[in-house]
Design a protein around this ligand. Structure first.
Ligand SMILES: N[C@@H](CCC(=O)N[C@@H](CS)C(=O)NCC(=O)O)C(=O)O
Length: 238
């Protein structure tokens, strides 16, 4: 465990994948510095380019003493092991990681809905493909992924992986928030099929450990530059 606060590096203008890490740091009362929010995106790019050895492919990454850990689910696994925000016994620990990787899958798909052709191209230049991707995401992928988490909660609830909340519950909260921002109509239609997940979302929103953070300026609102973007036409509106 590091004695110094951790350094988190992530794009400063969007909640993005960094928010899954922030929620665990904040709820766990773990000291960290949000370096790019203090120093800007250019400092992030510069820091990432200068990292040798344990190089990250992309943010978010966390500096732990001389070490550098990337991949959201991997960072959360580390925080779970060292700060009590995960599961300690081997099987539930890996099950929580499994769920986190599944959240990473839907997060990537949610992003690809508005950028189905190329990450480097504008949404405007891939609108037709995005409309096709969104149709399938809304009709097939959202119910399949969200139905999976609902089934896990029905098997094991009220929390996804343990007797109390863990990082993966915080991540499901964030996923639901992101999907509600990007696809409000679709999420409203799916709500009756997701009572346990939405109840979990409400419990996380009320955790005393997160109260200060969620009402603070450290919590970055969803916006049209992030992973979850609200384009009404992709939510089934004409
Ligand atoms: N699988 C990685 C994905 C990391 C990732 O795609 N990060 C984005 C920001 S959310 C990025 O900056 N990607 C740059 C790139 O892929 O070139 C994770 O879960 O952390």
């Amino acid at each position: 465990m590091a004695d110094e606060p951790y350094d988190l590096w992530y794009w400063p203008e969007i909640p993005g994948r960094g928010e899954f890490v922030r929620l665990a740091l904040e709820a766990g009362g773990i000291a960290y510095r949000d370096r790019a929010r203090e120093e800007g995106s250019e400092a992030l790019v510069k820091d990432m380019r200068a990292r040798l050895g344990e190089r990250p492919f992309a943010p978010p990454y966390l500096l732990i003493g001389d070490h550098c850990l990337a991949q959201t689910a991997n960072i959360l696994l580390y925080l779970g092991d060292h700060h009590g925000v995960g599961l300690s016994r081997p099987y539930p620990r890996c099950f929580a990681h499994q769920l986190q990787l599944t959240i990473a899958d839907i997060v990537a798909e949610a992003h690809n809905v508005h950028h189905p052709v190329a990450m480097s191209a504008y949404y405007h230049d891939q609108k037709a493909e995005a409309a096709r991707a969104a149709k399938s995401f809304r009709a097939e992928r959202m119910p399949k992924f969200l139905g999976y988490f609902e089934a896990v909660l029905s098997d094991r609830g009220p929390w996804l992986a343990g007797e109390r909340w863990s990082y993966v519950d915080l991540s499901l909260f964030q996923l639901i928030e992101g999907l509600r921002y990007a696809f409000p109509r679709r999420m409203k239609a799916l709500a009756p099929t997701l009572p346990l997940s939405l109840a979990l979302r409400d419990r996380v929103a009320k955790l005393p450990e997160l109260a200060d953070y969620l009402s603070s300026e450290r919590r970055i609102p969803f916006n049209q530059d992030g992973i979850f973007r609200h384009y009404p036409e992709l939510d089934g509106e004409k």
